[in-house]
Design a protein around this ligand. Sequence first.
Ligand code: HEM
Length: 409
Amino acid sequence: MTAITFDEAFFSEAWIRDPVEPLALLQEQGSVHFSEQMKAWVVLGWEDSRAVLKSRAIGQGDRLAGYTMNLPAEDRAQLHPISEYMDRAISFLDPPEHTPERAAAAQVLDAGLGRRIEPHMRQTLAHRLDELATRDSFDATEDFALPVTVSMISSILGIRYEDRAHFVEWVERVFAYIGSPMDDPVFAEDCKDAYQSIGAYVGELFAEARAADDPEPSTLIGMFAARGEKYGLTERDIMGMTVGMVQGGFETTTTLISNTIAMLLADPDQRALVDTSPELVPSGIEEVLRLAPSLKMDARQANADVELSDATLRGGDTVVAILIAANRDPSVFARPHHFDVTRQPNPHLSFGFGTHFCLGAPLARMQARMAIEELFARFPDMRLATDELVWRPSALLRRRESVPVLTRG
Ligand code: HEM
């Protein structure tokens, strides 16, 4: 392959579905590059990516501006901000504003949550698997991973499961735009519209939770409705955080479960290892996260001048850690492109790093482990219905278009 720019490797029609090969070549030429498309520094090396995510000189800045930055000027004025709540979403705040939101979210998503929701998770899985057992084939994403994770996030946040068709569609529309070059005003308007629908819906759920006045609320919306002020959060903070969690809480986990099924079914040796030693499922899931991070990248803005490998970032510059490249850095991971369910240690960056490390990571890991264990136990003869699994053309989500499987021998 001849020399290639980051934008060709990441956004061109040839590579947008699967940029792994050109990114590995680009990484040989250096860790830090510039993307004209994102008007940002892009970081491919693991060490530099980790530094970007943990440095105090680099923060969230005005990242929401990036959502409309590539639009024609006349549309930008009308479409910014793309969401009236996201500037208060936890992921977009720097300390000290970030600190109380993170503390509140951490209390709700605490370690005990996994234990509390495990029976619900088992029941959801059993129902889903009973239904799938009546068929010879299904799509492991749409028919399994998605309904299972949507059911879980609904019960954790306090969303009505029967409304899933709506919020799944809104979130898909948001991801479709933010996984695109973000330069098409029609697409941007659709994303703004979807954010408005999520906001209006979450607002409705909060009003209902307040009216219900439950003294022992068990859902995130119920807890924040009852005790939001106790955490020192404003109405807008709570809305921003909840809209952010609706957006981030199930697509990522659906993607992880779907990728794990696809990768194990495509690799008989690794699948045999997991079949004979089910205790390898957790390290297998970490390996899927490393090779196929649900989110391919994580963006930041420099607060001041920062030196990074061979580049000097100026205050205000945007810098993006390309997780899908950092997780395959050959200086950190032996045989970086090899799928190895026994890999230990596995310091991938797919849940981020530092101040914003994913608060849902224990939950996502637990959901993925249970889903994989129960699916493979129920369908020991399961296999892929095609050798041609196609990645979505998204710059953000590392997700297959579909994962069709056959369940009988
Ligand atoms: C496989 C599944 C998941 C992946 C790959 C993932 C990935 C990430 C990443 C990369 C970040 C860091 C963002 C940044 O650096 O700006 C993050 C933050 C976050 N995630 Fe997840 N996530 C997953 C599942 C979940 C779930 C299930 C929840 C909650 C129900 C959740 C809640 C959060 C929250 C609240 C933050 C913000 C933390 C902060 O800014 O302090 N995530 N996630």
